[in-house]
Design a protein around this ligand. Sequence first.
Ligand SMILES: [Fe+2]
Length: 385
Amino acid sequence: MQAFQFKTPGTTIFKAGSAANSDTYRSLGIHGNVLLVSDPTLTKIGIVEKVRQAITECGSSVILFDQVEPEPKVSTVRKLVEYASSKMVSHVVGLGGGSPMDVAKIAALMITSPQAVESMYGVGNARGTRLPLVLIPTTAGTGSEGTPVAVVTGDDGEKSPIVGPQFICDSVILDAELTLGLPPGVTAATGADAMVHAIEAYTSAVRKNPVSDRLAIQALQLLHGNITRVMEHGEDLEARGNMLLGSMMAGLAFANASVGAVHALAYPLGTQFHLSHGESNAVVLVPLMRFNLPVATTLYAEISRAILTGSDAQNDAAAATQLIDELAQLIPGIGLRDRLSQYGIDEKDLDSLTEGALNQDRLLSYNIRPMRREDIRSAFYSVLN
Ligand SMILES: [Fe+2]
């Protein structure tokens, strides 16, 4: 019998309209001074105000920090902690995509357990306990609300993940109404990221377990089954809810298994060419699935049978290939680029991209099939033009 651990946030509320309702925060025991961490866009479109008002109505004071940028910098985290440290904060609420949620996670820890952000880089290096933490995703993608991971960009421009049990939040509010206005480009990129989380969790070389497996499969059924619908009908609340749920399930799956080489190759595309996290994952997904296929045939076939119902595949090899072909069509079908040259990337850039991917040795070691330098370069080359 395989032993495993599974960690998850304490409470998840899945209800349309719940983030703008004071009863939600009352039921979670929110009180005192609440640090609300978000970004300028969410302030501009009125989402921050809805949440701020609901928290205030349950008798709390809101201290707002809405200056989190995409690919948040360590300097932003320091600024936030400096701003909030003297304000007797009792709860932290992270509202947004992965960036505000990740910054909220780190701030909740640093306010009570001061330490340098850089000293936390890697796995298990964060020290101490954090403030009570609520996360409210406004995109269906990163799954950060379900994971012990926060990613920051250092002063040197390198993105560094920080992984620790303190970053698993206490409560998650999944309110599909918050995602109704997501532009198609963000919907597609974040949705692709979520699908990658589930695929990599299901095929991970480490910690994969029966609970993460079921979550990954259900996540893919929800994400694959709804992504085209939300692209065509962005106001479809039910489809948006399914994406949000699928995204969190995929986050829980990879938090308790792992992501792998797709994320390793995606990192340098983000740092060197500024592709968004979802765009960079989407462009390398198919070549890495083709690379993994010889050792992942059975697992890909299982995913394929779960999401491509009605398939006539006669054996595992055919089912696995159908899955890869389906994803190869889906990615451009939802408006995502599937060639590096479409981002202005040239053959001469492949060595530095390969070097950047090799730096993600931890993620590479979690991939189901070991990758050598030449395998990474070939994977990039295969989607160059
Ligand atoms: Fe991701």
